[in-house]
Design a protein around this ligand. Structure first.
Ligand code: GDP
Ligand code: MG
Length: 299
């Protein structure tokens, strides 16, 4: 932990931690936004792969957990299954926090995009990821979580309720400023007949009673409906979950999510340069200016 003490508290770093279930589009998102930020916003960006089983990276990670440990190595060494091995890898990363910190010290000035593993229990029960980012937070890393969930869950009321519960418990566990995203929104646009309600209903998460109304009322599903009612009650009581739709192939869609993530982590345009307290206070204005400039040039 000697390195921890050496990091100057006056420096600030920004970025996002991309989480969500397997297949929700995290790696694709990291790849696309890093290219978009770099090429169209002139933002210095580095992607950091913290998924020890990432086999489809089409970006070049600046830091790669697979140089420290892979799921396969953990499975072989400790005779674990893939889930257990993944947990082990995250605990190993936590125990080797200095390794991460040393690598991060080499990408100072860049906006950081962390590509994370998909196992849901890492964000709902397990503490390693929470601990790692909480420690980074204390060291002036201003990070927000971007939680991607596949929009196909909107096509079924019970799936959507479980997605809401997952999003809520992830928000409460991870404890970072949080942006929930419905990924693959292009598929919703292409198949509007698959939805019981308009897209706004799923993104705003307001009156969830309507979801209960479309559930089956038969004698066999009575208890199931009661369970869903209780879950909906919890989600409404917290009133924390809402979503932004994202089509990864649409620039305006990426820009919309970018504005939300910049606000969530307090990012200021010109991240690589010095940051004063005054600039931090005007971060919202800075983020908007960048968006407006982009709007004029490209849309
Ligand atoms: N239609 C559509 N497919 C997407 C989108 N984003 C990701 N995908 C696809 O979803 C699949 C899983 O994506 P991946 O990034 O590997 O997910 P991860 O496991 O969360 O990292 C891939 O086949 C992607 O091409 C999107 O916005 N729209
Ligand atoms: Mg991935």
């Amino acid at each position: 932990m000697a390195l921890v003490k050496k990091v100057k508290l006056s420096e600030s770093y920004f970025g996002q931690v991309v989480i969500g279930p397997p297949g929700s589009g995290k790696t694709t998102y990291c790849s696309k936004i890093s290219t978009f930020y770099r090429d169209k916003l002139n933002r210095q960006v580095e992607v950091i792969n913290l998924d020890p089983a990432n086999d489809n990276m089409d970006y070049k990670p600046k830091i790669d957990i697979m140089n420290l440990i892979t799921v396969e190595e953990a499975m072989e060494a400790y005779k674990l299954g893939p889930n257990g091995a993944l947990m082990y890898c995250m605990e190993y990363l936590e125990a080797n926090f200095d390794w991460l910190l040393k690598q991060l010290s080499e990408v100072k000035g860049s906006y950081l995009v962390f590509d994370m593993p998909g196992q849901v229990e890492l964000y709902t029960h397990h503490n390693s990821i929470k601990n790692i980012f909480s420690l980074l937070g204390k060291m002036s890393y201003h990070l927000c979580a971007v939680h991607l969930v596949d929009s196909h869950h909107c096509s079924d009321a019970t799936k959507f309720i479980s997605t809401l519960l997952l999003s809520l418990s992830t928000m409460l566990q991870v404890q970072l400023p949080h942006v929930n995203v419905l990924s693959k929104a292009d598929l919703l646009k292409k198949n509007p007949s698959k939805l019981d309600f308009s897209l706004d209903f799923y993104t705003n998460v307001l009156d969830l009673q309507y979801l209960l109304d479309v559930l089956d009322d038969g004698p066999f599903t009575k208890k199931f409906k009661k369970l869903n009612k209780a879950i909906v009650g919890i989600i409404e009581d917290y009133s924390l979950v809402a979503f932004l739709p994202l089509d990864i192939n649409s620039d305006s869609s990426i820009l919309n999510v970018k504005s939300a993530t910049d606000k969530a982590c307090g990012y200021i345009y010109g991240s690589g340069e010095e940051r004063s307290i005054q600039a931090l206070l005007s971060c919202a204005v800075g983020a908007r200016t960048e968006t407006e400039r982009y709007d004029m040039d490209y849309i």
